[in-house]
Design a protein around this ligand. Sequence first.
Ligand code: TRP
Ligand code: ZN
Length: 494
Amino acid sequence: MHRRIITPGALAAASLMLAIPASAASYSPGAPGIGDPYYPDYGNGGYDVSHYDLRLQYQPATDELAGTATILAKTTQDLSSFDLDFLLDVSEVRVNGAKASFATSGQHELVVTPKTPLAKDTPITVVVRYSGVPSTKTAYGFNTWHRTPDGAVAADEPEAAWWWFPSNDHPLDKATYDVSVAVPDGTQVLSNGTLQSTSSKLGWTRYSWRENKPQATYLATLAVGKFDITTGTSEGGVPIVNAYSKDLGDNDGAARASVERTGELVDWLSGYFGPYPFSSAGGYVPNTTTGYALETQTRVYYSPKQFAKGANTSLVVHELAHQWYGDDVSLKGWKDIWLNEGFASYAQWLWSEHEGEGTTQQLADYVYASHPADDAFWKVKPGDPGPDNQFDAAVYDRGALAVQALRNEVGDDAFFAILKGWPKEHAYGNASIADFQAYAEQVSGKSLSALFDTWLYQPVKPAAPAARAASIAGAAAPVQPKSWKKIAATNDVH
Ligand code: TRP
Ligand code: ZN
């Protein structure tokens, strides 16, 4: 990246206009990445977004997406230019009303140079007018925009936003969202949060969704298609909006038998994690051929395939657990992924216990016993798996084992206090594994360095679930239960 040199004359003029102190001599471009070592060019430096307003139009027949993004942000340094992460074709950019120049750079950078440099701590309004065919755009050789027979879906991790809106694409920069999309009459639009309005004119129906709590960019979702939408309220008072493609075939029954239990499961999880943090909950099942689910905020994405064996409430529990662990409290860096997946997997163990299909301890013993010491499974460090192993089974299963080890170390009272206290401690914010360890130490009054090191950071099989043996009077060698083996093996989430 080259630095844009500002001439003394230009700076003096800008200083007069913007009342910049004369000492602010060095305006520089915002970094093209937010500083995450796993993904050096994801997110950007120099500004912090508070709100995205997306007003779009989408034509399923041609996959054309067009519209305007209005981004409210604040500068965090004296800025001569800044980047947005984006792949579609931009026709105009304005910063605080004035036309800005812009260029593409690298894999997915849109470099915006405002007419006048921006002083640190200035509120800015960035308007990006754009259009494009998302399915034709790639970065690093891939594309996560999924067309369906009747529409399209944006839901992926960590890369999803580049194909549909310009952003500071990293969980560290959370913001609220208004997503308003017009589609041909007869087609629906789903997104996060609550449906504020629908209106129809000239053959197009506009759906306007609002997420009023801070949301990471990868948790923003958009689905266009023909859906059957169900609404309700959980017993605990959480409004529920679910949606099913009209095209789910044989999987339709099992999908509904799973996702329609969202309200019940949100209430059940609240017992462990505290009040549900958002103003709406739900899930949607589009007619995609993908095989994964994603904890898109308030409106979970599910793939039809995941219901091919029948109802999969364990999966719903996993994705809903993320609403607290991942969405409400988001990671600071992608290396902190254990805070998402370890806890969402542990929630599945709690559900298994609730359903009489094996206790959390039995499931922990089963995972421990299923992987011999020379299994590559133990080589992945859940506390720092590296970008290539970010979603390795070890992050989920050894990750949940680590949670059980923590429980055995601190005892149930402290453990459940931590489980419930954590989302409150960092509500709507970001946190790291180090922050979690510090919090668990504070609540339990114990030093946990050795425990975290053993379960999250050593690329070897821990010698034995010793803490458990110690905590259970007279416990012999870990027993390997038989009856629920199959269940553990079919708790497939990814
Ligand atoms: N976080 C997702 C889940 O709960 C799984 C996931 C991992 C994923 N990598 C992904 C989803 C890529 C979509 C795309 O389980
Ligand atoms: Zn998950």
